[in-house]
Design a binder for this molecule. Structure first.
Ligand code: ADP
Length: 203
């Protein structure tokens, strides 16, 4: 299975990604985690990314794409992967589609959450880039750059078993307990898979 988890900061993508990957035997690729590891290791890439992350801005596509390509090129990714925090804008999505070719993404789960709840969760989390002004900026960046991916993936279709086409995107409510949200994701994936004949995505 090749999946994308899409949603605002604080939607719980990281937590749910781990559970979904464990349940389906997928490689978990979180660009946020990879970037934080690069910053911690003090690599050139990490040093370059740090100021963007601290301000809640997107790290330049070239840096992020380098990390994603390196990870997806490893043999274990052939068994399926879940992308968490990537793509984060349309140009990253286009680069991804080109890189993957026939290994196209099969499902995009959009985790939807109200702004008020996002801010409440992130302030409670207390990561270094979780101050109120940085959170506000990350939300604005999400609206401007990432939210257009909802329509982008909604418009992409896969062929169902009886030849009908349906959207790649499923939206679920990210409000609720971790178990409730996980069940909604699993339901979205099984409805997606039972619809799908495996011929891959097209626009
Ligand atoms: P959150 O889910 O709270 O938004 P992430 O861990 O996904 O946090 O990302 C943290 C920061 O890392 C982002 O604010 C951004 O600076 C950077 N980042 C992560 N993924 C990407 C990406 N695909 N493109 C650009 N920047 C990214």
């Amino acid at each position: 299975m090749r999946l994308i988890l899409l949603g605002p900061p604080g939607a719980g993508k990281g937590t749910q990604a781990e559970r979904v990957c464990a349940a389906h035997g997928l490689v978990h690729l979180s660009t946020g985690d990879l970037l934080r590891a690069a910053v911690k290791a003090g690599s050139d890439l990490g040093n370059e990314a740090k100021a963007f992350m601290d301000a809640g801005n997107l790290v330049p596509d070239t840096l992020v794409l380098a990390l994603v390509r390196e990870r997806l090129d490893q043999p274990d990714a052939e068994g399926g992967f879940l992308l968490d925090g990537f793509p984060r804008n349309v140009s990253q999505a286009e680069a991804l589609a080109e890189d993957l070719g026939a290994r196209a993404v099969e499902s995009v789960v959009h985790m939807k959450l109200e702004d008020e709840e996002i801010v409440r969760r992130l302030l409670g989390r207390g990561r270094k880039d979780d101050t109120e002004s940085v959170i506000r900026n990350r939300l604005q960046v999400y609206r401007d750059e990432t939210a257009p991916l909802i329509a982008y993936y909604q418009a992409q279709t896969v062929e169902g078993q009886s030849g009908e086409r349906h959207s790649l995107l499923r939206t679920i409510d990210a409000q609720g307990s971790m178990d409730e949200v996980f069940d909604r994701i699993q339901d979205a994936l099984s409805s997606q898979n039972s619809n799908q004949s495996g011929t891959g995505a097209s626009v």
